[in-house]
Each structure stands twice: as structure tokens, then as C-alpha cells.
Design a protein around this ligand. Structure first.
Ligand SMILES: CC(C)(COP(=O)(O)OP(=O)(O)OC[C@H]1O[C@@H](n2cnc3c(N)ncnc32)[C@H](O)[C@@H]1OP(=O)(O)O)[C@@H](O)C(=O)NCCC(=O)NCCS
Length: 239
């Protein structure tokens, strides 16, 4: 049995790892990418856009490195499968069958939630101010959420929109459907700083990981304690 290196969070707690890939130079990214297996590198190379390729390469290395911390396993020993709607889960090594994780990226930020035996979902979005909120919100928000959004001051409109959106997506990712289920079917509200919400066996809360980003995490159960952990890329990655 492989020995766990970093203890998994206790039940009702999660570790949220975060990283801004803008801090890496192009050679750093290339060096990190070389730690990935040929299949993974090929899947990253399919992105034509340089920024997307960079983001996916860093995210891939980060997922393997973070999970390796708990599993006490080399990255080459970690394998995944995906659920019906595409949610990845760990199938090897078998030492820590209770590990649950979920990933989100937006722009240069990647965040990963790790939980113990409880399903978890996470979402991050850069707060863009060039999106047609008036068109998108009615197709994704409930009447109550739309009404709350209409009462928000113009300055807070975009942050409030993304706060609600990330709460919805985190919940749908925790449940495993992602956006194959309409976000309009779940009511999560706009939320307030530090405020968590319990809904149908799930609890969700906003995360403050970086300015200009909205983020939220949802966990199975009625308790959520978040430990934010900055990720350090491996300084001398495995060849
Ligand atoms: C999950 C989903 C909401 C992600 O949207 P997004 O905002 O573009 O992306 P994020 O950065 O927040 O999250 C992406 C990560 O979520 C995870 N993910 C994918 N599907 C997921 C699901 N159904 N539930 C939870 N997490 C999922 C993956 O780790 C993915 O990262 P990867 O593409 O590098 O593997 C969206 O892709 C979706 O709704 N997918 C499911 C529906 C679908 O059509 N599935 C196809 C059948 S396989």
C-alpha cells in the first residue's frame, strides 16, 4: 500500500490549491510540460492558441503534482477515469480511494479542490466586463436571482453576475453534471462575502483567491472549511 504524504482534509474540509501561470516564463512552461507523458502532451498540443496551451499544460502538471502530494505516488502512477458527464476521478494508485478533486481554470488562474470522501466541485471565472449580462443572466438565473441582480449597483453588476455564476457551476460540477444540466435549475443566490449556502445535501461558498476573479466551491454535506494553499511548481521536475 502506498503511504500518504500529505494528509487528506478531514470530512467537511477541503484544500483549495491555486496558481497564476502568468508568473511562469515560456521556458518554465516548456520544462513543466516535459514532465507529462506523451499522450498528455499530445492532448495539450491540440490547442492552437498559445495561451490556452500554456494554461492546459500548467493545469495538467498542477493536478498531477497536487494529487501526488496526497497519494505519495509519482505522477506516472496516477491515472484517471471520467464519469458519464466528463468529471475526472482518480483510479490509480489505489492507496487513497477516498480522494476527490475538481479543477477549474480561467485566464491564467488554475484552482484545484481536494476533499476526502465527499464530492466536490469548483469554479473560477475572471470578472470580465465585456459580456452581455442582460442576455446571459435570464437564461441561467432563476427569477429570484435575476431580481437580486437587478438591485445591484452598476459598479457591482459584473462581480455579482460572476459570483452567482461560479456558485452555480461549482454546484453542478460537484454533482457531476456540469452544464449538461441547466444552471437555471439550481438556485444559489448572489451570495455575500464569507456567506455559505446549504442546498439539497450540498454546501457552497465563495472563494477569494485573486482580485478580478470570482470563485466558488461546493461540497457534499452540511459543513465546509476551506484551506487555501498556494501551489509551487516543482523546481526540478522529473524528466
Ligand atoms: C464541466 C464544465 C462545466 C466545465 O466548464 P468550463 O467553465 O469551461 O471549465 P472549468 O475550467 O471550470 O472546468 C474544467 C474542468 O472541469 C472538470 N470537468 C469536466 N467535466 C466535468 C463534470 N461533468 N463535472 C465536474 N467537473 C468536470 C475537468 O477536470 C475539466 O478540466 P479538463 O478539461 O482540463 O479536464 C463543462 O465542460 C461541462 O458542462 N461539461 C459537462 C457536460 C458535457 O457536455 N460533457 C460531455 C460529455 S463527456
Amino acid at each position: 500500500m502506498t503511504e500518504l504524504r500529505r494528509a487528506l482534509p478531514r470530512m467537511g474540509a477541503i484544500d483549495v490549491w491555486y496558481f497564476d501561470s502568468k508568473t511562469l516564463s515560456a521556458p518554465d512552461v516548456e520544462k513543466l510540460s516535459r514532465t507529462l507523458g506523451p499522450e498528455e502532451r499530445a492532448s495539450i498540443d491540440r490547442f492552437r492558441d498559445e495561451a490556452l496551451r500554456r494554461r492546459h499544460a500548467v493545469a495538467r502538471v498542477m493536478v498531477l503534482s497536487v494529487l501526488g502530494e496526497y497519494l505519495g505516488a509519482p505522477t506516472s502512477a496516477i491515472a484517471f477515469d471520467r464519469s458519464r458527464y466528463g468529471k475526472p476521478f482518480v483510479i490509480a494508485p489505489e492507496a487513497a480511494p477516498t480522494i476527490r478533486f475538481n479543477v477549474s481554470h480561467s485566464d491564467a488562474m488554475t484552482i484545484i479542490a481536494v476533499a476526502n470522501g465527499l464530492e466536490v466541485g469548483i469554479d473560477i471565472e475572471r470578472i470580465r466586463r465585456d459580456i452581455p449580462v442582460d442576455t446571459i443572466a435570464p437564461s441561467a438565473f432563476t427569477p429570484k436571482e435575476l431580481s437580486a441582480l437587478s438591485r445591484v449597483s452598476p459598479d457591482d453588476r459584473f462581480p455579482a453576475f460572476f459570483a452567482c455564476w461560479t456558485r452555480k457551476e461549482a454546484l453542478l460540477k460537484a454533482q457531476g453534471t456540469g452544464l449538461s444540466r441547466s444552471p437555471k435549475e439550481v438556485e444559489v443566490g448572489l451570495g455575500r462575502e464569507g456567506e455559505s449556502l446549504q442546498t439539497g445535501g450540498w454546501i457552497l461558498t465563495a472563494l477569494d483567491v485573486a482580485s478580478d476573479y470570482a470563485a466558488a466551491v461546493a461540497l457534499e454535506g452540511a459543513e465546509i472549511a476551506v484551506d487555501l494553499v498556494p501551489w509551487d511548481p516543482p523546481s526540478s521536475p522529473e524528466a
